[in-house]
Design a protein around this ligand. Structure first.
Ligand code: HEC
Length: 223
């Protein structure tokens, strides 16, 4: 009799634990990986009109806060893709891709401290302190505002030496986004920083190590 009781308790404990673990995993999964839709799928699906899923999600009133919202949103997106429902007019207007933020606004909110951390990836090739040595790339102290390819004692590529121009904030932004595209033939073997905010932090750091740097460009007025 006594053994029976223990056996049953163990079964109940096991079942409770199993469901508890399952529930926790479900909760943890949706907490750790919230669904955020991209503006465009990485791959087109044949027969499905491309829609801006991110804006559909932004316009979603439920907000995924209550249990079940997530499933309803998923179903809604599936219906949208199948053309069973259409996006409301207001949402279609909002559906344009978010306007890119101008460099002035990004720089006004940039954090040179964060840029300094990003600059770790540059330090295998560049030094930033005054009078620092050239490595694979030239010393970058005072780079903001100086002419392209003008640091003494560094052997620049013909591409950069012949480009002609000054390292304005805009020029740096373009160069750091993709050196090879901004200056075809450059010897700077660096893929580029795709995120404009990361670039702004980094450029703010470059300005900090450039004593004669001009002021940041003014932020564009809000539309
Ligand atoms: C793999 C090495 C390497 C890395 C990493 C690298 N650079 Fe360079 N960088 C170079 C070389 C080499 C040049 C000279 C390019 C040329 O002559 O075409 C250069 C040139 C530059 C110039 C132009 C300097 C001048 O005097 O005209 C800037 C600005 C610059 N790098 C910024 C950066 C920043 C910021 C980073 C980090 C995000 C970075 N680089 C990462 C190698 C590198």
């Amino acid at each position: 009799m006594k053994r029976d009781f223990w056996e049953r308790s163990k079964v109940w404990a096991a079942v409770t634990l199993a469901f508890g673990t399952l529930g926790f995993c479900l909760w943890f999964g949706s907490w750790a990986m919230p669904i955020t839709y991209p503006e465009q799928r990485g791959y087109p699906i044949e027969g499905v009109a491309p829609i801006d899923l991110a804006s559909a999600q932004r316009n979603w009133p439920g907000g995924e806060a209550r249990p079940g919202d997530r499933e309803i949103l998923l179903g809604y997106v599936r219906d949208l893709e199948a053309g069973r429902v259409t996006l409301p007019q207001s949402a279609q207007q909002a559906a344009g891709p978010a306007a890119p933020v101008d460099l002035g606004t990004l720089l006004a909110g940039a954090d040179a401290g964060r840029g300094e951390r990003t600059a770790q990836v540059c330090m295998s090739c560049h030094t930033f302190e005054a009078g620092g040595p050239n490595r694979t790339g030239p010393n970058l102290h005072g780079v903001v505002g100086r002419a392209y390819a003008s640091h003494g004692g560094f052997n620049y590529s013909p591409a950069l030496a012949g480009a002609g121009g000054r390292w304005t904030y805009e020029a740096l932004d373009q160069f750091l986004a993709s050196p090879a595209r901004a200056v075809p033939g450059t010897r700077m073997a660096f893929a580029g920083l795709r995120n404009p905010r990361d670039r702004a932090h980094l450029i703010a750091y470059l300005a900090r190590v450039s004593p004669g740097a001009p002021p940041f460009p003014a932020p564009a007025p809000a539309p």
